[in-house]
Write a protein that binds this ligand. Structure first.
Ligand code: NI
Length: 463
């Protein structure tokens, strides 16, 4: 029960802290028992940076970051920065610079010294080619301003234990930064933070403990430790409507992309699980070339790599499915138009129906143009539900954003497809992506006129 297919990473811990001196081995073992394999331990001053490097050298699954916390910014001088730089150069397992940033809540160091230390850390990260770990408390505007002035985007990094608002989070994401959540995500009063987690795409999120501080709800007031990152990940799963397996796979991929640490499987998936649905990736070809399609920048969906070297055969798809009985449904989806492979869809869907499995197809609704005939009667009895991407209230807008290879007749064909689908498939839904500038209510009205269900899909959320 405790094991995860992809282990979690605690992307921010302070394992050199005093509360761990007696039982660190036990703490690390307990993390592993809870599905947390890799830990990034973060330096706060010169001594703890050295200690973090020592831990990384001693334990295979521990990595280190070196830096001077804004609390200790007054200790920063040339020789301190030189030593940080030497640690990064000499130890491969030093994967980041920080934590650095600004803390105007406690003001343990004068603000001017915090600002100058932050700037020097950004410079160091850029020189060393390492990402930044940024601490921000009650200094949101200035943190952003310094990140912009120093071009922190060229180093990249993470806003650790994020405490800003949605606008700040968006600015950080625009600069290519990740947003990391710790125990406070689980605190009953922290609705504002959960709203941010709900709004942003999970592809920009990391999880962490910041242990020994900030225990999640349930352990509050007690020492925090890396095992508890699972509790924060479970909360994130609840917020995003995903499973803990999904969150582990996605956040571990994000952590791997940022710091190069952890264990991820980026082999191409023909069948892949999100929530409790089994998705089938049978082609990367598409009739449309939608402006918003995420595959133009990244071929992963919810942590699964979907870039096919070649299209799989029926046998390969059946092998990839294995035993479908544990899943709620099998969905033909992926980064491509499944009905381009109509024969394969019919054969595989038929096999699924024989085993009593629910079958859904996500499509762009252009299949009748592609095949030059009405294909919907052929799907009768094989498919339980079909989601058709409507995406626009009229043909002109449709062609602008979906760029059908059939030109403006694509939209009329899609509407005919929806109407015809109702005669052969029990459940028919038109969907629209909540793109900036798209009138979702107008799309809903089109669906109502065609007498099909309507669902909006969140922009930047695939799968
Ligand atoms: Ni910290």
């Amino acid at each position: 029960m405790k094991n995860l297919a992809t282990p979690l990473v605690d992307s921010h811990a302070h394992l050199d802290a005093k509360p761990f001196t007696e039982d660190l081995d036990t703490v690390i073992e307990r993390a592993r028992e809870n599905g947390v394999e890799h830990i990034l331990t973060v330096g706060c001053d010169l001594a703890s940076s050295r200690a973090s490097v020592d831990l990384a050298l001693r334990y295979p699954n521990i990595y280190a970051s070196v830096g001077i916390h804004p609390h200790d910014a007054s200790t920063v001088n040339d020789s301190v920065m030189d030593e940080l730089s030497r640690m990064i150069e000499s130890v491969e397992k030093v994967v980041a610079v920080g934590e650095t940033g600004l803390d105007f809540y406690r003001d343990h160091s004068p603000r001017d010294q915090q600002r100058s230390s932050f700037r020097r850390h950004i410079q160091l990260a850029k020189e060393a080619g390492k990402p930044l770990i940024i601490h921000d408390r009650e200094a949101h505007d200035e943190v952003i301003q310094i990140m912009q002035e120093e071009n922190a985007a060229s180093a990249g990094g993470v806003l650790h234990c994020f405490s800003g608002d949605l606008e700040m989070a968006r600015k950080c994401v625009e600069m290519g930064f990740y947003i990391s959540f710790a125990g406070p995500l689980t605190y009953p009063k922290n609705e504002a933070l959960r709203a941010i987690a709900q709004t942003l795409p999970i592809d920009v999120m990391l999880v962490e403990t910041d242990c020994p501080y900030l225990s999640p709800q349930g352990w509050r007031g007690k020492r925090c430790e890396p095992a508890y990152v699972r509790s924060t990940a479970e909360k994130l799963a609840e917020i995003k409507g995903l499973t803990i397996e999904d969150v582990a796979r996605i956040t571990s991929l994000n952590t791997w992309r940022l710091f190069g640490i952890g264990k991820v499987d980026q082999s191409t998936r023909i069948a892949y699980v999100i929530r409790n649905s089994l998705y089938l990736n049978i082609t990367n070809r598409c009739t449309n070339s939608c402006t918003f399609c995420a595959k133009f920048s990244d071929f992963t969906v919810k942590g699964h790599q979907l870039c096919l070297e070649r299209e799989p055969s029926v046998e390969e798809v059946m092998n990839a499915i294995g035993d479908p009985s544990p899943y709620d449904e099998v969905v033909f989806c992926g980064y491509g138009e499944p009905l381009l492979r109509l024969d394969l869809v019919k054969e595989v869907a038929g096999a699924m129906k024989q085993s009593g499995i629910t079958v859904r197809i996500n499509t762009d609704g252009q299949a009748n143009l592609v095949h030059g005939r009405n294909i919907l009667p052929e799907l009768a009895g094989l498919v339980d539900s079909i989601s058709v991407s409507l995406n626009a209230p009229d043909a002109e807008i449709y062609q602008k954003i979906c760029r059908s290879e059939f030109g403006e007749q694509g939209y009329a064909a899609l509407k005919d497809f929806l109407v015809e689908a109702k005669r052969h498939i029990p459940s028919v839904t038109a969907t629209a992506v909540t793109l900036p500038g798209i009138d979702i209510e107008a799309c809903r009205k089109v669906a109502e006129e065609l007498q099909v269900e309507f669902r909006e899909r969140i922009y930047n959320e695939v799968g």
